[in-house]
Design a binder for this molecule. Structure first.
Ligand SMILES: *Cc1c(COP(=O)(O)O)cnc(C)c1O
Length: 451
């Protein structure tokens, strides 16, 4: 059979099982094939031009079509396409990238362990954390506490660490993982002041520690802003309390910056913005702007020095840990972010613009709340503004609105009934205007359809 535009769709339906997809629904409603992309636009096989307000899956921080990354990948493939970093060999791009990451990540994070995905990096963290406490003579410290709606990946261990109940239900929850509620002000704050709510929400961690026994707990893990959980922004002061609690009970503090890293919050890392001092940090997505798979675990002095002095062999790693082509692409990506001052521009110019534009939707009858942090935004849809009263069938309104957005040439994502955006750092003010014009039309259409 000849392959052409008319039958790629049926071939995919017949032969491919895509991630996080309802296959019955997919087979009934079909698949959209994205054929090419440039700048902040993606193009599908039916020649629709769609403004990508999600930067792929929160990852294409420098936008599409950057030939520098393609050229460096070609150059590195011809020079050294692969060699492993097992057994005391290594390669130059990996050396340069680990040096660069030690420079730009927060103070004290000086060692990198490379993997290929955020999930693998978080699995690596779980092994490191447990290895650490064994070396410390406290092997019973195994429990990891995460949060409701937390997302740390889809391997069994990283999904266990995350707080996505639908994933847990499909056999993805191991023992020794516990969760506390998210600091989700729209849902839980009620009449509490921000100050009080940050004490309440961080207090959930202390309660859980006391319930399980600090002597059994290895680490607490958190995304600074919960991404896949619906752009949940903690109240001011929350992490200040959290860090004190972790110190008080001698629990390692893990920060998953897979989404919030590499400029998304207006600094290199959300940890810089929020004054976090993690023992370990997870990086992926924006590390390569999604041009090639790569992830990294940043390891702080407390853990790395113990491994170096007392650890023996660390029996863990991946064939492609420290892949030279991925490392070269990551370095070039970081160079572009620096040379084009994308983080400073975002912080000074684009982020304030985005946060002022999103507020123009506050009056819309469907909108219960808008919020942003850096280049992350959420528009919460509600049944009734007063209260607010949520939709009974969670997720339905969000899905309707998302479908209208795509029809109108805007790629957004719906989490429950929140409309999510995470545009690239290269998005222009004109393109932000386009996002909100199209989103406003889509909200009106959704409102009409629901009423
Ligand atoms: C996407 C994501 C992951 C998982 O990364 P994969 O590369 O999909 O395995 C982990 N943590 C966070 C915060 C993420 O957003």
């Amino acid at each position: 059979m000849e392959l052409d535009n008319s039958n790629y769709e049926s071939i995919l339906l017949n032969h491919h099982l895509p991630p996080f997809t309802n296959y019955k629904d997919l087979n009934q409603n079909g698949v959209r094939i994205i054929s090419n992309a440039s700048g902040n636009y993606i193009y599908d096989n039916d020649n629709n031009k769609i403004l990508d307000a999600m930067a792929g899956l929160w990852c294409v921080n420098i936008g599409y079509g950057r030939s520098e990354l393609a050229e460096i990948a070609k150059e590195q493939m011809l020079k050294l396409p692969y060699y492993n970093s097992f057994f005391k060999t290594n390669n130059i791009p990996t050396a340069e990238l680990s040096h660069k990451l030690a420079q730009i990540t927060p103070k004290g994070l000086n060692h990198t362990f490379f993997a290929n995905s955020g999930s693998e990096a978080n699995d690596t963290i779980i092994r490191m954390v447990r290895h650490y406490w064994c070396l410390d003579g406290q092997p019973q410290k195994r429990i990891i506490i995460g949060r409701e709606y937390g997302y740390h990946g889809s391997t069994i261990m990283s999904a266990s660490m995350g707080g996505m109940v639908d994933m847990h239900k499909q056999s993805a929850k191991e023992k020794d993982f516990y969760h506390i509620p998210a600091p989700y002000s729209f849902k839980y704050q009620g009449n509490q002041s921000v100050e009080l709510f940050s004490e309440t929400a961080s207090g959930w961690l202390e309660e859980k520690i006391l319930e399980l026994g600090a002597q059994n707990i290895a680490a607490f893990v958190a995304e600074p802003i919960q991404g896949a959980g619906g752009v949940i922004i903690p109240p001011e002061g929350y992490f200040n309390h959290i860090q004190k609690i972790c110190k008080k009970y001698d629990i390692l503090f893990i920060v998953d910056e897979v989404i919030t890293g590499f400029g998304r919050t207006g600094k290199w890392f959300a940890s810089d913005k929020m004054y976090l001092e993690p023992d370990m940090m997870t990086l992926a997505k924006g590390l390569t702007s999604g041009y090639i798979p790569m992830s990294a675990v940043m390891v702080g002095e407390r853990v790395s020095s113990k491994f170096i002095k007392e650890g023996g062999e660390f029996n863990h790693g991946f064939t492609y840990s420290g892949h030279p082509v991925a490392a070269a692409v990551a370095l070039e990506n970081l160079k572009i972010i620096e040379n084009e001052k994308l983080i400073q521009n975002a912080d000074n110019d684009i982020i304030p613009y985005l946060s002022s534009k999103i507020k123009t939707l506050d009056d819309h009858p469907l909108v219960g709340e808008t919020r942003t942090f850096g280049m992350l935004g959420c528009v919460e849809l509600v049944k009734e503004k007063s209260g607010p009263e949520f939709f009974q069938n969670t997720g339905e309104a969000g899905a309707i609105c998302r479908d209208f957005c795509i029809k109108n040439g805007l790629m957004m994502r719906a989490v429950r009934d929140g409309m999510i955006m995470s545009p690239s750092l290269t998005i222009s003010k004109n393109e932000i205007d386009e996002i909100f014009n199209k989103l406003k039309i889509s909200l009106d259409q959704t409102f009409q359809k629901l009423n």
